[in-house]
Design a protein around this ligand. Structure first.
Ligand code: SAM
Length: 241
């Protein structure tokens, strides 16, 4: 998989892309990443990528021409990239979205700045994504968040394939619930004890406890996820109590 970003701050990505699991996956050839400087597609002396909004208002907007030229020129070589614009007005990003994007061969993330992007440029995108209901100064952090979420789903990126499948929001064993509480050594710390069942060595009891705890936590912290979760009839009844 090839992930690319179009940005006026292409240097922002290097640390994230070269660190920890994402960095290891890149070095192992599981994915590659390229950041493109939008200013390479400007034609004036000042290399300007922004201008005042029609109709007045505060701030500047990213111009359509360099964005469209860049998208066309990047896409002219190799497989056609799936083009994603970042904007708070896009569809809210989720684990399902990460799974969907992880199946793509090539993705180009377009990172906005200033007060956003000339609306006409969005026609060159395949989708618009928001990473949450808040406003960032630019799309680069959003691109890094989405890249991180995608890369850890790629086969071989995590040492233990199981750990991606047994996580919060994943369709796998937890059926879309939040993850159960986890503990590590010591078994007792400042009067707080690890639940006995986790020390029992009884795998069936541990699995049942985890599933019940995941359901309880989801009902308490994210009741909006319960309807869409894959639950047994008994669990559904418990969730509705
Ligand atoms: N004026 C815009 C609005 O009110 O919707 C906000 C523009 S924001 C200051 C500048 C850029 O940051 C956006 O074009 C987008 O690329 C990025 N951005 C900000 N918040 C974001 C979010 N929640 N999700 C994804 N991208 C975001």
């Amino acid at each position: 998989m090839l992930i690319e970003a179009l940005s006026v701050f292409p240097d922002m990505f290097e640390t994230v892309i070269s660190t920890s699991i994402v960095g290891r996956a890149r070095r192992a050839g599981i994915f590659d990443f390229r950041a493109h400087d939008l200013r390479d597609w400007t034609h004036d002396r000042h290399r300007s990528v922004d201008d005042e909004p029609y109709g007045g208002g505060q701030g500047m907007l990213m111009k359509a021409e360099p964005l469209i030229e860049a998208i066309e020129s990047i896409g002219a070589h190799g497989p056609r990239p799936h083009v994603v614009f970042f904007t708070p007005c896009g569809e809210r990003f989720s684990q399902h979205g990460a799974e969907r994007l992880a199946a793509r061969e090539r993705i180009l993330f377009v990172c906005g700045r200033y007060e956003g992007i000339d609306e006409r440029a969005l026609a060159w995108g395949d989708e618009c994504i928001s990473i949450g209901d808040y406003v960032l100064t630019g799309g680069e952090l959003a691109a890094m968040v989405v890249t991180d979420a995608i890369v850890r789903l790629l086969p071989g990126a995590l040492g233990d394939e199981q750990s991606a499948r047994e996580e919060s929001f994943s369709a796998g064993r937890l059926g879309g619930l939040l993850e159960y509480p986890q503990y590590t050594r010591p078994a007792s710390f400042r009067g707080m004890d690890v639940p006995d069942v986790l020390l029992s060595g009884d795998h069936a009891r541990v699995a049942a406890w985890r599933r019940a705890s995941a359901l309880e936590r989801t009902c308490r912290c994210r009741p909006d996820l319960v309807d869409g979760a894959d639950l047994t009839d008994q669990e559904r009844t418990r969730a509705n109590e």
